[in-house]
Write a protein that binds this ligand. Structure first.
Ligand SMILES: Nc1ncnc2c1ncn2[C@@H]1O[C@H](COP(=O)(O)OP(=O)(O)OP(=O)(O)O)[C@@H](O)[C@H]1O
Ligand SMILES: [Mg+2]
Length: 505
């Protein structure tokens, strides 16, 4: 393979109370797509932040092209050809694609001509086989296009090493396929690509080699075509994991949620949900399938009371809650795990105990808060849900992505709800955490709760749901029984084809 492009040797990095990287090693070659795998909190993002000059390691060595380097700052990393595509895009929404690229370049003190940039963007598009309008404002772009804009920006800066942190977590399956096609073209042209991902099948299909981290240590690097899902899981978790969900028995109680012909507006003032009627019984998981952006988030917000109805009626346990406030709905037993964990879900600057209190405070009728009790119950939740954090009193924004999500789920489920609205609950979770969440949802179902499960993973929906409703442009295309329906049939409905009457459940 020749001299490696990047060598990270014995990298150690500690934060107060936790060793995020513990003598970790990583070797990257030109022309390869290299996956970084590991449980939530294993140290993947930290290791990449070190490579991009955001963090300084406590010890260890980084070599690029066989030369020892000190990456004091992100700028130093960019100068060495290291570019990062962040999970939360750093584009300015009111600027065009081209303006965003110049914005980054101008810090280098050089002057750039806009038409020139437009041309160069078009050249990149041609080279890597995708389309993006350089003059489009970022807010007008889909998530997939924003990601492409971000990738172009990094390429523009001359990146030879491209790092992507969970790039497909926000993409539809088709967009993910497109992305990997692009990455392969880049690798073929000699760039090195590092991808952090939790999706094992995606990693197995699209990468050349895989390095696994566990507890901050590098467990090993394997060649993708010589490994299996089981081997990777065992390397990540240190034990074998149940990858399939146990078969479930049917139990249905009375309706917990009834929606009658509800409609609501989206953020841009368009009708996002159009006359949707749905019911969820106690002990039932209703899955919602659909390409992201077809009204899923709006539907969840409508039920949670964050978005008001434009028409129709909403009932919880038979009581009319069409116009109820969020607070009233929480009292009625509605739990909500939103898509945006750190904005709507948790308060980033507060610690775990305060974040737990925020919710229980809403439910309590007393003016007083028992702090010690709050600490104890938070501690119990964190143990039960296996949330890894150095201290209960650190701001939750310090948690790794997956642990944040587990914390939010822990809070919402521990409120003993009647109805759980879970929006993409598996996003960003490692296999072990997914197993935990699956078991949690099934346990809630067995306890007679109603669950609305929004997901873009059809396998997940088919394995967990009692029924699956398919959303397309804010309308229900059909509701199917996952035992009888095929993935293809659901796929057709996701593309906007209405279900035939005889297939209905
Ligand atoms: N800025 C920080 N301050 C304190 N602790 C941190 C900080 N960044 C990361 N950590 C801790 O370091 C450990 C590793 O976190 P890191 O974000 O690298 O994990 P990860 O492998 O990317 O996980 P995930 O898959 O959940 O994103 C975690 O315990 C995390 O809480
Ligand atoms: Mg991470």
């Amino acid at each position: 393979m020749g001299t490696p492009l990047v060598v990270m040797r014995d990298i150690t990095k500690s934060f107060p109370g936790v060793r995020a990287n513990d003598q970790a090693n990583l070797v990257i070659h030109k022309g390869e797509i290299h996956a970084l795998l590991g449980e939530n909190g294993a140290g993947k993002s930290t290791l990449m932040s070190i490579l991009t000059g955001l963090y300084r390691p406590d010890s260890g060595e980084i070599r690029i092209n066989d030369q020892a380097v000190e990456l004091h700052s992100p700028k130093a990393a960019v100068e060495r050809g290291i570019g990062m595509v962040h999970q939360h895009f750093k584009l300015v929404k009111t600027f065009t694609v081209a303006e965003n690229i110049i914005l980054g370049l101008q810090t280098s003190g050089e002057y750039y001509h806009l038409p020139l940039i437009h041309n160069q963007i078009r050249e990149f598009c041609q080279e890597y086989g995708f389309r993006i309008d350089p003059a489009a404002k970022v807010w007008q772009l889909s998530i997939g296009e924003q990601q492409r804009a971000e990738i172009i920006k990094v390429l523009f800066w001359g990146a030879e090493i491209l790092i992507l942190d969970e790039p497909t977590a926000v993409l539809t399956p088709q967009e993910a396929t497109e992305l990997y096609k692009m990455l392969r073209l880049m690798a073929d042209r000699g760039k090195a690509i590092i991808v952090i991902s939790h999706k094992l099948n995606e990693v197995l299909e699209n990468t050349d080699r895989i390095t696994v981290l566990r507890g901050g240590k590098s467990i090993g690097t394997v060649i993708t075509k010589h490994t299996t899902e089981q081997e990777l899981t065992t390397m990540m978790v240190g034990r074998s994991v149940l990858l399939d969900v146990p078969v479930k028995e049917q139990y249905h109680g009375d309706n917990i949620l009834t929606l009658k012909q509800v409609s609501c507006l989206g953020n841009r003032g368009q009708l996002a949900i159009k006359q949707v009627s749905l019911e969820i019984a106690g002990g039932e998981i209703l899955g919602i399938a659909g390409v992201a952006g077809n009204g899923q988030s709006e539907l969840a917000e409508l039920i949670a009371g964050i978005r008001s109805l434009e028409g129709g009626e909403k009932y919880i346990d038979g009581t009319n809650h069409t116009d109820s406030s969020v607070r009233t709905l929480i009292k009625a037993g509605v739990s909500y795990v939103p898509e945006d964990r750190l904005g709507t879900g948790l308060v980033p600057g507060l610690n775990a105990v305060d974040n737990f209190l925020l919710k229980s405070y809403q439910q309590s009728s007393s003016w007083f808060i028992n702090w010690r009790q709050a600490v104890e119950s938070t501690q119990a939740m964190i143990a039960k849900f296996d949330v890894k954090m150095a201290s209960l009193l650190n701001p939750v924004k310090m948690l790794s992505g997956g642990n944040l999500q587990k914390l939010l789920l822990a809070r919402e489920i521990s409120a003993d709800p009647r109805l759980i609205i879970a929006v993409y609950p598996m996003r960003g979770l490692d296999v072990g955490a997914m197993e935990t969440v699956r078991k949690l949802l099934l346990a809630q179902r067995a306890a007679g709760k109603g669950i609305l499960l929004i997901s873009e993973e059809l396998d997940e929906l088919f394995a967990l749901s009692d029924r699956i409703a398919v959303l397309h442009e804010g309308e229900v295309m059909g509701i199917v029984d996952p035992q009888a329906a095929t993935i293809e049939a659901v796929g057709m409905m996701m593309a906007g084809k209405r279900m035939l009457k005889q297939d209905a459940v």
